[in-house]
Design a protein. Structure first.
Length: 47
């Protein structure tokens, strides 16, 4: 029983770590994006 709880706790810890890393990665990518006022319609269509 203890091994099962240990495995579940380890999986939850790894999952939380992955969520935190992905949130930090998304925040760093979002900070590099230009403001919506700086983007012209032609640039949006060109994408």
């Amino acid at each position: 029983m203890f091994k099962i709880l240990l495995i579940i706790a380890l999986m939850v810890a790894i999952f939380c770590l992955c969520v935190a890393i992905s949130a930090l990665f998304a925040a760093s990518r979002e900070n590099e994006l230009p403001d919506i006022e700086d983007v012209e319609v032609n640039e949006i269509i060109a994408l």
